[in-house]
Design a protein around this ligand. Structure first.
Ligand code: NAD
Ligand code: MG
Length: 395
C-alpha cells in the first residue's frame, strides 16, 4: 500500500480518536497532515504533537490564540488554520490524498463537499452530508473522480458484502434488497409511557456502542437508522423499496445484502468502530485495527425483529422524507439536529423530538435541490422553523 496522506476532520470526536488509534497502529501506511476540531484546542494540539501534523484547524476562530498557546505547550509547529475556510483548505490541500469526514451534523457538509470536488478519497462518517445533499454530493464526487468509502458500520458492512462494481446500481449486480441492522438503542424495550421522561444521560448510554452525544440520541430515537436508510440510498444507488431495517439487539451482524438467488451476505464483528475505520483506511487491503475478535461460540443468541414504527416515529418520518425526495431529507435532518440539541440542553422532552421533526416537515415545502447553495438554503429555512417550534414548546 502506498503511504496515504491524511486529513482528519473532527479528529477530537469519537470517530476521529478511533481513526487516530488505527493510524497509530499502522504508522508505515499513513502520514497525518491535517487535523481539525471545533473547540477542543487542548486535545487538538496534543494530537498534532503526537502525529507531527502540519496543519491544526480550529473551526471556532475565536479560539486561535488558545490553540497557538496549546500547540506551543505541546511542542507542535503545526500551522494554524481556522473557521470554515480553514476546514475547506485542510480538506482540499494538494498534499492530502484522503479525508476522514468525521465532523458531526450539517457542519460537516461543506468541507466534505469541497473535498469531493477536489477528487479526494473520502472516508465518510458524516452521514448527515449524504442525508442533506445526497444526489448533489454523489454527482459531484463522481464528476471529480472522488471515491467515497463508507465508515458507518452498517454501510461498511454492505460495502464489504457487495461486488466492486456496485456503483452501476443494485439491479445490475443481482441484489434484491439491503438490510440495515439496528441495535434498537437504550429504549428498545422501555414502556412507551416512560419515554417522555427519559433524560439526556439515559439516552446517551448506548448498550453496545460508545459514540458522540448527538448520534447517541439519534440511536435512542431510531432517527439514526432513518438517516442511515437515506445514506444507503445514495451510497448504493438503491431505490427506496430496496432498503429494509431489522432490529438486532446484539450488534454483531452489522448489515446484510439479500441477492436474487436467495443468498444473504453479511458482515459480522464485535461492535467497535475501528473495524470499519481500518477497512476504509486500508481498502482494498486489510490492516490491524486493535479490535477484539469475534467469538461466536460465546454469543448465545443472535436475534432479529421488525422495528416498531409506532414507538419510534422518527424512523417512519425518515422513510417518508426519503419517499418525498428533493429537499425533504435536508429538512428532516435540520429539524432533528435542532430537536436533539434542545433535548440535550434539557429544554424539550424526548418524545418532543419526533413531534418537532414532523411539524417542520409539514411546514417547510419540498423544493428541488440543484446545488450546494440550494441545500444550505433549505437547511437554514428548516432550522429557523424548528427553532420557532421549539421555543413555543418551552413557553
Ligand atoms: P463527536 O461528537 O464525538 O465528534 C464530533 C467531532 O466534530 C469533534 O471532533 C468536533 O470537534 C467536531 N465538530 C463538531 N462541530 C463542528 C463544527 N461546527 N465545525 C467543525 N468541527 C466540528 O461525534 P462522533 O460520534 O465522532 O460522530 C461524528 C460523525 O460520525 C457523525 O456524523 C456521526 O453520525 C458519524 N458516525 C459516528 C459513529 C460513532 O460510533 N461515533 C458511528 C457511525 C457514524
Ligand atoms: Mg451506523
Amino acid at each position: 500500500m502506498n503511504r496515504q496522506r491524511l486529513c482528519v476532520l473532527g479528529s477530537t470526536g469519537s470517530i476521529g480518536e478511533n481513526t487516530l488509534d488505527v493510524v497509530a497502529r499502522n504508522p508505515e501506511y499513513f502520514r497525518v497532515l491535517a487535523l481539525a476540531a471545533h473547540r477542543n484546542a487542548e486535545k487538538l494540539a496534543q494530537q498534532c504533537a503526537r502525529f507531527d501534523a502540519e496543519f491544526a484547524v480550529i473551526a471556532d476562530p475565536a479560539l486561535e490564540p488558545e490553540l497557538a498557546a496549546q500547540l506551543q505547550r505541546c511542542g507542535s509547529r503545526a500551522e494554524i488554520l481556522s473557521g470554515q475556510e480553514g476546514l475547506i483548505r485542510a480538506a482540499t490541500l494538494p498534499e492530502v490524498d484522503t479525508v476522514m469526514a468525521a465532523i458531526v451534523g450539517a457542519a460537516g457538509l461543506e468541507p466534505t463537499f469541497r473535498a469531493a470536488q477536489a477528487g479526494k478519497r473520502i472516508l465518510l462518517a458524516n452521514k448527515e452530508s449524504l442525508v442533506i445533499a445526497g444526489q448533489v454530493f454523489i454527482a459531484e464526487a463522481r464528476r471529480n473522480g472522488a471515491m467515497v468509502l463508507p465508515v458507518d458500520s452498517e454501510h461498511n458492512a454492505i460495502f464489504q458484502s457487495l461486488p466492486p462494481n456496485f456503483t452501476e446500481g443494485l439491479d445490475a449486480i443481482g441484489v434484491e434488497h439491503i438490510i440495515l441492522t439496528a441495535s434498537g438503542g437504550p429504549f428498545l424495550d422501555t414502556p412507551t409511557e416512560q419515554l417522555a421522561a427519559v433524560t439526556p444521560a439515559q439516552a446517551c448510554d448506548h448498550p453496545n456502542w460508545s459514540m458522540g452525544r448527538k448520534i447517541s440520541v439519534d440511536s435512542a430515537t431510531l432517527m439514526n437508522k432513518g438517516l442511515e436508510v437515506i445514506e444507503a440510498r445514495w451510497l448504493f444507488s438503491a431505490r427506496p423499496e430496496q432498503i429494509k431495517v431489522l432490529v438486532h439487539p446484539q450488534s454483531i451482524v452489522h448489515s446484510m445484502v439479500s441477492y436474487r438467488d436467495g443468498s444473504v451476505i453479511a458482515q459480522l464483528g464485535t461492535p467497535d468502530m475501528r473495524t470499519p475505520i481500518a477497512n476504509v483506511l486500508a481498502w482494498p487491503e486489510r490492516i490491524e485495527a486493535g479490535v477484539e475478535h469475534l467469538n461466536l461460540a460465546q454469543i448465545n443468541d443472535l436475534s432479529f425483529r421488525e422495528p416498531d414504527l409506532d414507538r419510534f416515529p422518527c424512523l417512519a418520518l425518515a422513510f417518508q422524507a426519503m419517499e418525498a425526495g428533493d429537499s425533504a431529507p435536508a429538512v428532516l435532518n435540520a429539524a432533528n439536529e435542532i430537536a436533539v440539541e434542545q433535548f440535550l440542553e434539557g429544554r424539550i422532552g424526548f418524545t418532543r423530538i419526533p413531534e418537532l421533526v414532523e411539524t417542520v416537515l409539514n411546514r417547510v415545502p419540498v423544493m428541488p435541490l440543484a446545488s450546494l447553495d440550494d441545500v444550505l438554503e433549505q437547511d437554514r429555512l428548516a432550522r429557523a422553523c424548528a427553532m420557532d417550534y421549539a421555543t413555543k414548546c418551552n413557553d
